[in-house]
Design a protein. Structure first.
Length: 450
């Protein structure tokens, strides 16, 4: 997969380009914004966009202090639901309600849930297990894959029981937790294959992209074609430990890397990085499985991979497969959310997938989202999905690599990116069943299957 050379080597790698895309219908979350103990206040909760809900949640977390017990976004009602610990001072409820949130009272505080997670870490760090706080149930959701059996299962179950009733639940996964690194196409290093998430500008001003840390520790130099010459070199990588992310710098400092995710027949402008919120509807692009969708299930997740424990991840129900590692997790309105780490299952049977938060990765490596016009992406409220999608004249860099699958796709001679973005002449705009694969149809119409 070679690149079409355009002025200043425009967009060496386009995030998320693939040979063919299956339309993925957006699945609205079954978030329950009215549960037992919910607060009935005269003021109606505000209707919020997902990004605004995330900002409000951060503000309320600081405002409410110890009374704040987590929050989630109800996509159906477009409302932020905030958990509070009941107390003598009803002012916390009044504050949250006036701010525009829907408030409900819960039993478990964030400190109690954090203490429970610490107990799991010290007593049940077993490969094939994961846990994250689920604010919709106000419990720790513990997941065990198919390898957790016998004594391992007994240890996990007894540890959960020791936390007390109402603190945690266990879910069994049919697959096995693994990182999604594979041999194949997209970006290559020896026998390894990954995807890139978002183009960024490194702290020294040079163009780079973010990908998964387990890709960054697997090899130092990466190519855009199997057996091809390296085009980028790993600068920093973290895995396992406090995250799963890597900063990979383009070897040619003149490389222009636009802030967009390439869907094949169109692009989504990426305006900025944002924190995830439970209940947030998200899209994932990967070089193996293309575009898929789902929602955020948990934050600050701990995953015990065979290679080691990784903390601080986002848990979702979005599917992924080997080769998708590092791929971009984003919203339809152009917010960069995460980088594909690993999980269980596949895009046939489903499963859990975990993502590295983009905001955390950017802060750790000292990079900024954007390249040509860093921080000036024009996505805003109107970029991203549907007819309004596209890079936009002001779009900065950010569309990491995820370059297509092989020479017939992605950012190859026939593809290009930036103004000439596309998935190559070999890539059609339709699915196997004849339906279109544009993001507008995926989001607006819920067309087709993956």
């Amino acid at each position: 997969m070679s690149h079409k050379r355009i002025p200043k080597r425009k967009a060496a790698i386009a995030a998320g380009s693939v040979v063919a895309l299956g339309a993925a219908a957006i699945l609205l979350p079954n978030a329950n914004a009215s549960q037992d103990g919910a607060s009935d206040d005269a003021a109606a909760p505000k209707t919020l966009k997902s990004a605004d809900a995330s900002d409000l949640a951060s503000q309320l977390a600081g405002m409410l202090g110890d009374a704040f017990a987590g929050s989630y976004y109800d996509a159906e009602s477009q409302q932020l639901v905030v958990n509070v610990i009941p107390g003598d001072n009803n002012n916390v409820v009044v504050q949250a309600t006036k701010a525009g949130a829907k408030v409900r009272e819960v039993e478990n505080s964030l400190s109690e849930l954090a203490s429970g997670a610490q107990t799991l870490k010290s007593e049940a760090t077993i490969p094939g297990t994961a846990w994250a706080v689920d604010p919709r149930t106000n419990k720790i959701l513990v997941t065990a894959d198919s390898t957790v059996t016998g004594d391992k299962w007994d240890t996990l179950e007894s540890t959960v029981d020791s936390l007390g009733s109402g603190m945690a639940t266990i879910k069994k996964s049919a697959g096995t937790f693994k990182t999604f690194l594979s041999g194949g196409d997209a970006i290559f290093a020896g026998g390894a294959r990954c995807s890139a998430g978002f183009n960024v500008t490194a702290g020294d001003g040079t163009p780079a992209f973010l990908t998964a840390g387990h890709c960054g520790v697997a090899a130092e130099q990466w190519s855009d074609a199997e057996g091809g010459q390296p085009i980028a070199t790993v600068d920093q990588a973290t895995f396992p430990g406090d995250g799963d992310f890597a900063l990979v710098k383009y070897d040619d400092p003149a490389t222009e890397a636009p802030s967009e995710v390439n869907l094949g027949d169109q692009t989504v402008a990426i305006s900025q990085a944002a924190d995830a919120e439970v209940g947030l509807q998200v899209l994932r692009m990967g070089s193996t499985t293309g575009l898929n969708d789902g929602q955020v299930l948990g934050l600050d997740a701990t995953v015990n991979y065979p290679e080691g424990t990784v903390t601080g991840l986002i848990q979702t129900d979005v599917c992924a497969e080997p080769g998708d590692s590092g791929g971009s997790l984003f919203t339809q309105d152009g917010l960069a959310i995460g980088l594909t780490s690993g999980g269980s299952g596949d895009c046939t049977a489903g499963g859990e997938t975990f993502f590295q938060p983009v905001t955390t990765a950017l802060a750790a490596v000292g990079a900024t989202l954007g390249g040509d016009a860093a921080g000036g992406a024009g996505a805003g409220d109107e970029a991203g999905a549907g007819d309004e999608a596209g890079a936009g004249d002001d779009a900065g860099a950010g569309a990491g690599e995820e370059a297509g699958a092989g020479e017939e796709a992605g950012a190859g001679e026939e593809a290009g990116a930036g103004e000439e973005a596309g998935a190559g002449e070999e890539v059609g705009n339709g699915n196997a069943d004849g339906t279109g694969n544009g993001l507008g149809e995926i989001v607006g119409n819920g067309v087709g299957n993956n």
